[in-house]
Design a protein around this ligand. Structure first.
Ligand code: FES
Length: 120
């Protein structure tokens, strides 16, 4: 049995100015697992809308309104741009990019950070 919902193709999402291809019809958190299979499964995720550690900021394009959602319940959509990740997600996905993850860390209570210096 696959971890992933059935899919026929990969869809493009943007993350930190890069495009990644992930399985359509799947929850975004599962798509992150597709990108980071060695780290996401070990994260502190309930997969059930309770822990809030999977929170993301996202939009469908540069002209669209930014929204906040739980990646464990948000189905991926073609062209989705992820503009912020909760600290748990950002840390576990740091292998996707080589540089610091600080500029994409999103704290629900504080919003998006500029430098990543404030981890509190
Ligand atoms: S994984 Fe816990 S709320 Fe989404």
């Amino acid at each position: 049995m696959s971890l992933y919902r059935a899919y026929r193709r990969l869809v493009a999402i943007r993350l930190r100015e890069r495009v990644y291809r992930v399985p359509e019809n799947n929850y975004l958190l599962r798509c992150f697992q597709y990108l980071c299979p060695r780290t996401i499964p070990y994260g502190a995720f309930c997969w059930n809308e309770q822990c809030q550690n999977c929170r993301v900021q996202w939009r469908l394009g540069p002209e669209e309104k930014t929204r906040v959602g739980l990646s464990c319940k948000l189905v991926v959509r073609e062209g989705m741009e992820i503009t912020g990740l909760a600290p748990e997600l950002a840390g576990l996905m740091s292998r996707v990019w080589s540089a610091s993850t600080g500029d994409i860390v999103y704290h629900p209570e504080k919003g998006r950070e500029g430098s990543g210096d404030d981890q509190g």
